[in-house]
Design a binder for this molecule. Structure first.
Ligand code: UDP
Length: 382
């Protein structure tokens, strides 16, 4: 019946399925464990008309024109520039920490001196990862680096990852660099926008195709068996000779035979409030106070005129396999080695393709996943 089976319907699986259906005009089956498509991008409108991101805030931003153009086939956009403030010693400070932030947290003369030194040392509008800034020798820049490290990164990262900034891959804290400019936006990408009707509609439109069948509420283990010794795949007891595109956790595919790959999970606690607004921007980070890392207020992302609002507090936690949602791969050298062990075994199969944040164990953003899925389709499927 099917030459292609896709496991998982987040961006990785949905983009590939859409390409197979439209470009190859082939039939494809998607197997999805949850009762909805869209993976962690899933959103919905609540009874008051507020669009809520069920699995935490998703802000689309990209420099890839091809990705933006591709997704524009499935949605119209509202231009939206995400802003984040961090609550530090009673003040709300723009994040990424930038030249404006300097003047909020330091006395004017000191702020000016640091600004001048930064501008001498770095090009205007450049981005400096905190772990690089910490290597500075100048006394004022060192002072700044220590301040930002202590007040913005150290405790937030301890909450978020259970680790110190230097214990995780440098790329993680480099996502939020110190910004040598006055742009208060969280991202600087060329395309920054929110799908007008939410993300779920993108997935509905991508997958609404006569060639695509979706099995919801189905753990792939219920229908797929893999014979690792003989390198064979079985779908409903019959040998499956087509291509299997797997976007789930690679260790689960192997029944965790070499051990569990570590992830970080979150407790997401939503609260409904009887007032128009809760905070001044979409997200306020709380690096040093409380057990949650940040509060997001959805009305800033999808404006509606209403005397009510919904906020979300994110409480990071350790991930327990088979119980919690694996939101973030924990990218350390040791974990990467374990991942590679699994990956090497998969590569012996000609017809299993891994793509996405979970299957590739990478901290991909939404645009990275779409980019990757489009590439994988061109290189390995088409
Ligand atoms: N980070 C931090 N303080 C902040 C914001 C970010 O220490 O105020 C660090 C933290 O380690 C976090 C990483 O930078 O996990 C990446 O942040 P980002 O906002 O990109 O995380 P995401 O939105 O993907 O959870």
């Amino acid at each position: 019946m099917f030459n292609y089976i896709v496991i998982g319907s987040g961006f990785a699986g949905s983009v590939i399925a859409e390409r197979i259906a439209n470009v190859l005009n082939e039939k494809v089956l998607i197997i999805e464990k949850r009762n909805h498509i869209g993976g962690n991008c899933y959103d919905y409108k609540n009874k008051d008309g507020i669009i809520i991101h069920k699995y935490g805030p998703h802000l689309f931003h990209t420099d890839y024109k091809d990705v933006f153009d591709y997704l524009s086939n499935f949605t119209d956009w509202n231009i939206y520039h995400h802003k984040v403030l961090a609550f530090i010693d009673g003040k709300k400070v723009p994040i990424p920490f930038n030249l404006n932030s300097l003047y909020i947290v330091f006395p004017q003369t000191l702020a000016r001196r640091i600004e001048e030194k930064l501008l001498k040392r770095y090009p205007y509008n450049s981005k400096v990862p905190i772990l690089d800034l910490k290597e500075e020798n100048d006394e004022d820049l060192k002072f700044l680096a220590d301040y930002v490290y202590q007040k913005v990164f150290l405790n937030y990262t301890a909450k978020q990852w259970g680790l110190k900034p230097e214990e995780i891959d440098k790329e993680v804290t480099a996502r939020v660099p110190v910004f040598i400019g006055k742009d208060d936006r969280y991202f600087t990408d060329r395309y920054q926008a929110i799908p007008i009707e939410g993300y779920s509609k993108i997935f509905e439109r991508m997958l609404n195709h006569k060639n695509i069948k979706i099995m919801l509420n189905t753990d792939f283990k219920e229908v797929i068996n893999i014979d690792f010794e003989n390198k064979k795949i079985y779908f409903l007891e019959q040998e499956f000779k087509g291509k299997l595109i797997f976007t789930g956790m690679i260790d689960e595919l192997f029944d965790f035979k070499y051990g569990y790959l570590p992830y970080r999970s979150l407790d997401l606690r939503f609260e409904s409030l009887e007032k128009e607004w809760f905070q001044e921007v979409a997200t306020v980070n709380y690096p040093n106070d409380y057990d949650f890392t940040r509060i997001t207020e959805f009305k800033h992302i999808h404006p509606v005129n209403l005397e009510k609002t919904i906020i979300l507090r994110e409480y990071p936690k350790q991930y327990t396999p088979n119980k919690d949602i694996p939101y973030y791969p924990i990218f350390t050298k040791e974990n990467q080695e374990l991942y590679n062990r699994y990956r090497e075994e998969i590569e012996k199969f000609e017809n299993i393709i891994l793509v996405g944040r979970l299957a590739e164990y990478r901290y991909y953003d939404m645009d990275d996943v779409v980019k990757r899925a489009l590439e994988v389709f061109e290189e390995k499927i088409k």
